[in-house]
Design a protein around this ligand. Sequence first.
Ligand SMILES: NC(=O)c1ccc[n+]([C@@H]2O[C@H](COP(=O)([O-])OP(=O)(O)OC[C@H]3O[C@@H](n4cnc5c(N)ncnc54)[C@H](O)[C@@H]3O)[C@@H](O)[C@H]2O)c1
Length: 295
Amino acid sequence: MNRLKDKVAIVTGGGTGIGEAICKKFAREGAKVIVSGFPEDPVHDVVREIMTEGGDASPFIADISVEDNAMRCVEFAVNTYGKLDILINNAGVFPVMAEIQNYPIDAFEYLIKNNIRSAFLMTRYAIPELKKTKGCIVSAGSESGKLGLGENSVYGGTKGWMHAFTRGVAVEQAKYGIRANCVCPGAIDTAWTHKETGPMKAKHEQMIIAGTPMGRRGTPEEIANAYLFLASDEASYVTGALFSVDGGITISKGPVGKEAESEVTEEPKGELNLHHSMDGATNMLRGVPREVHQP
Ligand SMILES: NC(=O)c1ccc[n+]([C@@H]2O[C@H](COP(=O)([O-])OP(=O)(O)OC[C@H]3O[C@@H](n4cnc5c(N)ncnc54)[C@H](O)[C@@H]3O)[C@@H](O)[C@H]2O)c1
Protein backbone atom coordinates (compact mmCIF):
# COMPACT_ATOMS: atom_id res chain seq x y z
CA MET A 1 0.00 0.00 0.00
CA ASN A 2 2.97 2.34 0.35
CA ARG A 3 4.86 2.06 -2.90
CA LEU A 4 4.58 5.84 -3.45
CA LYS A 5 4.66 6.94 0.19
CA ASP A 6 5.25 10.72 0.52
CA LYS A 7 5.67 11.18 -3.25
CA VAL A 8 3.96 14.11 -4.95
CA ALA A 9 2.50 13.39 -8.38
CA ILE A 10 0.80 15.43 -11.09
CA VAL A 11 -1.58 13.37 -13.24
CA THR A 12 -2.75 15.26 -16.32
CA GLY A 13 -6.15 14.24 -17.63
CA GLY A 14 -6.80 12.77 -14.19
CA GLY A 15 -10.56 13.29 -14.12
CA THR A 16 -11.63 10.45 -16.40
CA GLY A 17 -10.70 7.12 -17.96
CA ILE A 18 -7.18 5.84 -17.37
CA GLY A 19 -6.26 9.08 -15.55
CA GLU A 20 -8.89 8.52 -12.87
CA ALA A 21 -7.47 5.04 -12.27
CA ILE A 22 -3.89 6.37 -12.05
CA CYS A 23 -4.93 9.06 -9.54
CA LYS A 24 -6.79 6.58 -7.35
CA LYS A 25 -4.08 3.92 -7.57
CA PHE A 26 -1.33 6.42 -6.70
CA ALA A 27 -3.34 7.85 -3.80
CA ARG A 28 -3.88 4.35 -2.36
CA GLU A 29 -0.12 3.82 -2.57
CA GLY A 30 0.54 6.91 -0.46
CA ALA A 31 1.11 9.62 -3.09
CA LYS A 32 -0.26 13.15 -2.85
CA VAL A 33 -1.92 13.70 -6.19
CA ILE A 34 -2.62 16.81 -8.25
CA VAL A 35 -5.58 15.85 -10.42
CA SER A 36 -5.46 17.98 -13.56
CA GLY A 37 -8.19 18.28 -16.19
CA PHE A 38 -10.37 20.51 -18.32
CA PRO A 39 -13.18 22.47 -16.60
CA GLU A 40 -15.71 19.97 -18.04
CA ASP A 41 -13.97 16.97 -16.48
CA PRO A 42 -15.11 15.46 -13.14
CA VAL A 43 -11.85 16.46 -11.46
CA HIS A 44 -13.51 17.58 -8.21
CA ASP A 45 -15.36 14.25 -7.99
CA VAL A 46 -12.10 12.31 -8.28
CA VAL A 47 -10.45 14.48 -5.63
CA ARG A 48 -13.44 14.04 -3.31
CA GLU A 49 -13.51 10.28 -3.86
CA ILE A 50 -9.78 10.01 -3.06
CA MET A 51 -10.19 12.08 0.13
CA THR A 52 -13.18 9.94 1.19
CA GLU A 53 -10.93 6.88 0.97
CA GLY A 54 -8.39 8.63 3.22
CA GLY A 55 -6.01 9.74 0.44
CA ASP A 56 -4.67 13.20 -0.37
CA ALA A 57 -5.42 14.99 -3.64
CA SER A 58 -5.94 18.52 -4.98
CA PRO A 59 -7.61 19.72 -8.18
CA PHE A 60 -5.95 21.80 -10.88
CA ILE A 61 -8.46 22.72 -13.53
CA ALA A 62 -7.10 24.25 -16.71
CA ASP A 63 -6.08 23.50 -20.27
CA ILE A 64 -2.44 22.48 -19.73
CA SER A 65 -1.57 22.92 -23.42
CA VAL A 66 -1.55 26.66 -22.63
CA GLU A 67 1.95 27.62 -21.47
CA ASP A 68 0.91 29.70 -18.49
CA ASN A 69 -1.37 26.92 -17.23
CA ALA A 70 1.34 24.25 -17.52
CA MET A 71 3.73 26.48 -15.56
CA ARG A 72 1.08 27.16 -12.90
CA CYS A 73 0.24 23.47 -12.60
CA VAL A 74 3.81 22.67 -11.58
CA GLU A 75 3.88 25.72 -9.26
CA PHE A 76 0.59 24.62 -7.73
CA ALA A 77 2.02 21.15 -6.91
CA VAL A 78 5.09 22.67 -5.27
CA ASN A 79 3.12 25.32 -3.37
CA THR A 80 0.58 22.75 -2.16
CA TYR A 81 2.82 19.82 -1.26
CA GLY A 82 6.35 21.28 -1.18
CA LYS A 83 7.90 19.38 -4.10
CA LEU A 84 7.24 17.31 -7.22
CA ASP A 85 8.40 13.69 -7.62
CA ILE A 86 6.30 12.33 -10.48
CA LEU A 87 4.83 13.80 -13.65
CA ILE A 88 2.25 11.67 -15.44
CA ASN A 89 1.60 12.98 -18.96
CA ASN A 90 -1.70 11.16 -19.41
CA ALA A 91 -3.87 13.91 -20.97
CA GLY A 92 -4.82 13.24 -24.56
CA VAL A 93 -7.65 13.39 -27.08
CA PHE A 94 -9.02 11.13 -29.80
CA PRO A 95 -11.56 13.18 -31.78
CA VAL A 96 -11.99 11.47 -35.16
CA MET A 97 -11.31 8.33 -37.20
CA ALA A 98 -11.01 9.00 -40.94
CA GLU A 99 -8.79 8.27 -43.89
CA ILE A 100 -6.19 10.98 -44.33
CA GLN A 101 -7.76 12.55 -47.47
CA ASN A 102 -10.86 13.24 -45.35
CA TYR A 103 -9.15 14.02 -42.07
CA PRO A 104 -10.39 17.39 -40.69
CA ILE A 105 -7.56 19.91 -40.33
CA ASP A 106 -8.98 21.21 -37.06
CA ALA A 107 -8.90 17.66 -35.64
CA PHE A 108 -5.21 17.45 -36.62
CA GLU A 109 -4.52 20.73 -34.80
CA TYR A 110 -6.57 19.66 -31.78
CA LEU A 111 -4.43 16.50 -31.53
CA ILE A 112 -1.15 18.42 -31.80
CA LYS A 113 -2.31 20.83 -29.09
CA ASN A 114 -3.58 18.31 -26.56
CA ASN A 115 -1.39 15.25 -27.17
CA ILE A 116 1.93 16.90 -28.00
CA ARG A 117 2.04 20.52 -26.84
CA SER A 118 0.60 19.66 -23.40
CA ALA A 119 3.20 16.91 -22.79
CA PHE A 120 6.04 19.13 -24.01
CA LEU A 121 5.03 22.07 -21.79
CA MET A 122 4.37 19.99 -18.69
CA THR A 123 7.69 18.18 -19.09
CA ARG A 124 9.55 21.42 -19.72
CA TYR A 125 8.21 23.07 -16.55
CA ALA A 126 8.37 19.94 -14.39
CA ILE A 127 12.02 19.07 -15.03
CA PRO A 128 13.59 21.75 -12.79
CA GLU A 129 11.49 20.40 -9.88
CA LEU A 130 12.14 16.75 -10.80
CA LYS A 131 15.88 17.48 -10.76
CA LYS A 132 15.58 18.44 -7.10
CA THR A 133 13.80 15.19 -6.16
CA LYS A 134 15.47 12.85 -8.71
CA GLY A 135 11.95 12.23 -9.89
CA CYS A 136 10.41 10.62 -12.92
CA ILE A 137 8.03 11.07 -15.82
CA VAL A 138 5.63 8.47 -17.18
CA SER A 139 3.77 9.39 -20.36
CA ALA A 140 0.89 7.94 -22.36
CA GLY A 141 2.23 6.15 -25.39
CA SER A 142 0.16 3.71 -27.40
CA GLU A 143 0.31 0.61 -29.54
CA SER A 144 -0.94 2.92 -32.30
CA GLY A 145 2.32 4.88 -31.97
CA LYS A 146 4.30 1.70 -32.54
CA LEU A 147 2.27 0.29 -35.41
CA GLY A 148 0.52 3.06 -37.31
CA LEU A 149 -3.21 2.39 -37.56
CA GLY A 150 -5.44 3.01 -40.58
CA GLU A 151 -8.02 5.81 -40.12
CA ASN A 152 -6.08 6.72 -36.99
CA SER A 153 -2.79 7.87 -38.48
CA VAL A 154 -2.76 11.36 -36.97
CA TYR A 155 -3.51 10.13 -33.46
CA GLY A 156 -0.93 7.34 -33.89
CA GLY A 157 1.56 9.94 -35.09
CA THR A 158 1.15 11.96 -31.89
CA LYS A 159 1.90 8.80 -29.90
CA GLY A 160 4.95 8.01 -32.06
CA TRP A 161 6.12 11.52 -31.16
CA MET A 162 5.55 10.75 -27.47
CA HIS A 163 7.69 7.62 -27.73
CA ALA A 164 10.64 9.43 -29.36
CA PHE A 165 10.24 12.47 -27.09
CA THR A 166 10.30 10.25 -24.00
CA ARG A 167 13.42 8.44 -25.14
CA GLY A 168 15.21 11.71 -25.86
CA VAL A 169 14.25 13.07 -22.44
CA ALA A 170 15.36 9.78 -20.83
CA VAL A 171 18.81 10.05 -22.41
CA GLU A 172 19.48 13.70 -21.65
CA GLN A 173 17.99 13.75 -18.13
CA ALA A 174 19.50 10.50 -16.80
CA LYS A 175 22.56 12.43 -15.66
CA TYR A 176 20.32 14.41 -13.28
CA GLY A 177 18.70 11.25 -11.88
CA ILE A 178 15.41 11.74 -13.76
CA ARG A 179 13.81 8.71 -15.44
CA ALA A 180 11.30 8.93 -18.33
CA ASN A 181 9.17 6.06 -19.65
CA CYS A 182 5.98 5.44 -21.61
CA VAL A 183 3.09 3.12 -20.91
CA CYS A 184 1.78 1.91 -24.28
CA PRO A 185 -1.78 0.61 -23.91
CA GLY A 186 -3.79 -1.36 -26.43
CA ALA A 187 -7.55 -0.80 -26.58
CA ILE A 188 -8.75 0.21 -23.12
CA ASP A 189 -12.28 0.21 -21.76
CA THR A 190 -12.88 3.98 -21.71
CA ALA A 191 -15.16 6.30 -23.69
CA TRP A 192 -12.73 6.17 -26.60
CA THR A 193 -13.25 2.55 -27.60
CA HIS A 194 -17.06 2.42 -27.61
CA LYS A 195 -19.06 3.52 -30.63
CA GLU A 196 -21.65 5.23 -28.40
CA THR A 197 -19.11 7.55 -26.73
CA GLY A 198 -16.12 7.80 -29.09
CA PRO A 199 -15.12 8.03 -32.73
CA MET A 200 -14.95 4.25 -33.32
CA LYS A 201 -17.62 2.62 -35.43
CA ALA A 202 -18.96 -0.91 -34.78
CA LYS A 203 -16.39 -2.34 -37.25
CA HIS A 204 -13.50 -0.73 -35.34
CA GLU A 205 -14.77 -2.10 -32.03
CA GLN A 206 -14.95 -5.58 -33.53
CA MET A 207 -11.46 -5.20 -35.02
CA ILE A 208 -9.78 -4.15 -31.77
CA ILE A 209 -11.29 -7.03 -29.83
CA ALA A 210 -10.65 -9.65 -32.52
CA GLY A 211 -7.11 -8.32 -33.06
CA THR A 212 -6.20 -8.67 -29.37
CA PRO A 213 -5.06 -12.20 -28.46
CA MET A 214 -6.82 -11.90 -25.09
CA GLY A 215 -10.06 -11.06 -26.91
CA ARG A 216 -10.98 -8.07 -24.76
CA ARG A 217 -10.18 -4.47 -23.91
CA GLY A 218 -7.87 -3.72 -20.98
CA THR A 219 -9.27 -2.00 -17.93
CA PRO A 220 -8.11 1.45 -16.77
CA GLU A 221 -6.87 -0.19 -13.59
CA GLU A 222 -4.69 -2.65 -15.51
CA ILE A 223 -3.03 0.37 -17.15
CA ALA A 224 -2.70 2.21 -13.82
CA ASN A 225 -0.83 -0.83 -12.43
CA ALA A 226 1.90 -0.33 -15.05
CA TYR A 227 2.08 3.42 -14.34
CA LEU A 228 2.51 2.56 -10.66
CA PHE A 229 5.46 0.26 -11.31
CA LEU A 230 7.22 2.73 -13.63
CA ALA A 231 6.65 5.66 -11.23
CA SER A 232 7.85 3.72 -8.18
CA ASP A 233 11.39 3.19 -6.95
CA GLU A 234 11.04 -0.47 -8.00
CA ALA A 235 11.71 0.79 -11.55
CA SER A 236 14.91 2.59 -10.49
CA TYR A 237 16.89 1.11 -13.42
CA VAL A 238 14.15 1.54 -16.03
CA THR A 239 14.34 4.52 -18.34
CA GLY A 240 13.42 5.07 -21.99
CA ALA A 241 11.10 2.04 -21.93
CA LEU A 242 8.02 1.79 -24.16
CA PHE A 243 6.13 -0.53 -21.85
CA SER A 244 3.32 -2.34 -23.70
CA VAL A 245 0.17 -3.16 -21.73
CA ASP A 246 -1.96 -4.29 -24.63
CA GLY A 247 -3.27 -7.85 -24.28
CA GLY A 248 -0.80 -8.78 -27.02
CA ILE A 249 -2.30 -6.68 -29.84
CA THR A 250 1.06 -5.19 -30.87
CA ILE A 251 2.53 -8.63 -31.57
CA SER A 252 -0.51 -10.28 -33.11
CA LYS A 253 -1.80 -10.71 -36.64
CA GLY A 254 -5.38 -11.36 -37.72
CA PRO A 255 -8.49 -12.14 -35.67
CA VAL A 256 -6.69 -14.13 -32.95
CA GLY A 257 -8.98 -12.73 -30.23
CA LYS A 258 -11.82 -14.83 -31.56
CA GLU A 259 -9.96 -17.90 -30.30
CA ALA A 260 -9.69 -16.64 -26.71
CA GLU A 261 -11.57 -18.74 -24.16
CA SER A 262 -14.43 -17.09 -22.29
CA GLU A 263 -12.60 -16.81 -18.93
CA VAL A 264 -9.81 -14.95 -20.74
CA THR A 265 -12.19 -12.47 -22.37
CA GLU A 266 -13.72 -11.42 -19.04
CA GLU A 267 -12.29 -8.17 -17.65
CA PRO A 268 -10.86 -8.48 -14.13
CA LYS A 269 -12.92 -6.66 -11.49
CA GLY A 270 -9.98 -4.79 -9.95
CA GLU A 271 -9.91 -3.05 -6.58
CA LEU A 272 -10.39 0.64 -7.37
CA ASN A 273 -13.76 2.39 -7.16
CA LEU A 274 -13.85 3.97 -10.61
CA HIS A 275 -16.82 6.14 -11.59
CA HIS A 276 -15.52 8.13 -14.57
CA SER A 277 -14.07 5.55 -16.96
CA MET A 278 -16.58 6.53 -19.63
CA ASP A 279 -16.65 10.31 -19.06
CA GLY A 280 -13.62 11.14 -21.21
CA ALA A 281 -13.09 13.69 -23.94
CA THR A 282 -13.86 12.49 -27.43
CA ASN A 283 -14.99 15.68 -29.09
CA MET A 284 -13.40 19.00 -29.88
CA LEU A 285 -15.46 21.12 -27.50
CA ARG A 286 -13.38 20.38 -24.42
CA GLY A 287 -11.06 22.95 -22.96
CA VAL A 288 -13.08 26.06 -23.88
CA PRO A 289 -12.89 28.47 -22.12
CA ARG A 290 -9.28 28.05 -21.14
CA GLU A 291 -9.03 30.10 -17.97
CA VAL A 292 -7.43 28.63 -14.86
CA HIS A 293 -9.88 27.63 -12.12
CA GLN A 294 -7.95 27.15 -8.95
CA PRO A 295 -9.53 25.92 -5.72
N1 LIG B 1 -8.36 4.38 -24.26
C1 LIG B 1 -7.47 3.77 -24.99
O1 LIG B 1 -7.81 2.76 -25.67
C2 LIG B 1 -6.05 4.25 -25.08
C3 LIG B 1 -5.12 3.48 -25.77
C4 LIG B 1 -3.80 3.91 -25.87
C5 LIG B 1 -3.42 5.08 -25.24
N2 LIG B 1 -4.35 5.80 -24.54
C6 LIG B 1 -3.88 7.07 -23.95
O2 LIG B 1 -4.26 7.14 -22.60
C7 LIG B 1 -4.56 8.50 -22.25
C8 LIG B 1 -5.92 8.55 -21.57
O3 LIG B 1 -6.93 8.08 -22.43
P1 LIG B 1 -8.42 7.71 -21.93
O4 LIG B 1 -8.92 6.63 -22.79
O5 LIG B 1 -8.41 7.56 -20.47
O6 LIG B 1 -9.21 9.05 -22.36
P2 LIG B 1 -10.05 10.12 -21.52
O7 LIG B 1 -10.64 11.05 -22.49
O8 LIG B 1 -10.94 9.43 -20.55
O9 LIG B 1 -8.90 10.86 -20.68
C9 LIG B 1 -8.11 11.89 -21.19
C10 LIG B 1 -8.30 13.11 -20.29
O10 LIG B 1 -7.36 14.13 -20.65
C11 LIG B 1 -8.04 15.38 -20.56
N3 LIG B 1 -7.32 16.36 -21.39
C12 LIG B 1 -7.03 16.27 -22.69
N4 LIG B 1 -6.35 17.37 -23.11
C13 LIG B 1 -6.22 18.16 -22.01
C14 LIG B 1 -5.63 19.43 -21.79
N5 LIG B 1 -5.06 20.10 -22.78
N6 LIG B 1 -5.70 19.97 -20.55
C15 LIG B 1 -6.29 19.29 -19.52
N7 LIG B 1 -6.88 18.07 -19.68
C16 LIG B 1 -6.83 17.52 -20.90
C17 LIG B 1 -9.44 15.05 -21.10
O11 LIG B 1 -10.39 16.04 -20.79
C18 LIG B 1 -9.70 13.71 -20.43
O12 LIG B 1 -10.26 13.88 -19.14
C19 LIG B 1 -4.47 9.31 -23.54
O13 LIG B 1 -3.26 10.02 -23.61
C20 LIG B 1 -4.53 8.25 -24.62
O14 LIG B 1 -3.85 8.66 -25.78
C21 LIG B 1 -5.64 5.42 -24.46
